[in-house]
Design a protein. Sequence first.
Length: 382
Amino acid sequence: MKIQSILLGAVLLSTGYSQAQTDDGVLRLTEFAYPVKRQLLNIPNVNGYQILKCDFHMHTVFTDGHVWPNVRIQEAWREGLDAISYTEHMEYNPHSADVKVDHNRSHDLAIDLAKENNIVLVKGTEITRQTPPGHFNALFIQDANALIADNDPKLDQAAIDKADEQKAFIFWNHPGWKATTIPGSYEWIDFVEKMYQAKKLHGIEVVNGLGFHKKALDWALDRNLTIIGNTDIHNLIAHDYAIERPGVHRTMTLVMAKDRSAAGIREALDAGRTVVWSSKYLFGKEENVRALAHACLAISPSYHEKTNGKTQDKTKYYEIKNNSDLYFELELKQGKGTKRLVLYPESTQILTAEAGQQKLSYEIVSTYIRSDKHLQFEINLK
Ligand SMILES: [Zn+2]
Ligand SMILES: [Zn+2]
């Protein structure tokens, strides 16, 4: 309460100050204005790579979204994202009576604002075929208008080929979105197998919005495809995500990039260096999730040892630190120590272990390195 009143006092003071500077007869009541600030998402570098926070799937009024393109840049800046991509539907334009159909337009309208806000805007589109085969995002294209907008199933292959001609990075979107309404659609279908064989499929969207497509994660892992997660947002982010609550973030792809540039992102996507972050969970290839967890978590030397009166067992005390805004939940699988650890963002926990052990073996149950498997994580005791 005290802090709040100090803050409010500071706001009032600064308002009073600026008012005194420019008294034009309008008293500005700024107390309820959203403070101009960019949220920082702190994630340490991993193996020398920067972690870029990216959302490669979203819509605006230029297809079936509800917002003007600039709004997406403002949202991304506020939420601490590094890169986004407008992926308007090629074959679906429900607003065409009101908004002229131009598949490049949302990108072109927002590119200056993106640069001014240090947001990398990757040019993309959503190839929106009937299901199956469904939808595919093509990133790093040059001209969306040169792609195929005709939704005749006979042109499905040509639609992919056209994007491939522009050297696009192509991933399969939300493979399970019609699992119940179109039987057989949530399978590794022939169409996708042919794309994969022809090296025209480079990734799979494993998390779409708030949905984890479990089979899709295993398909990506088994074929060494890049693991992607996006919002596929159509409305305001704040309409679908409770982002006013501390710790809440949109679904995104964490890209381990050499630098914060479109070229850096492309290189990392081609190399498969991604982890998806959605809700409190991380999804990805084992090596990537492991490297990320190791970069974020640190164990201290033991600072205290206690002998238990009855058994004469010795207990050692350690601190385990989460040096990131990610969330980690660990369950003990082997060894004698703290059974369950919840490592909230930017926080420390006490870990106890029976003396005489070299390590404790945990599972990080807030990670998925397969649809049915969490990351095994060893803690070496010093
Ligand atoms: Zn879609
Ligand atoms: Zn979409």
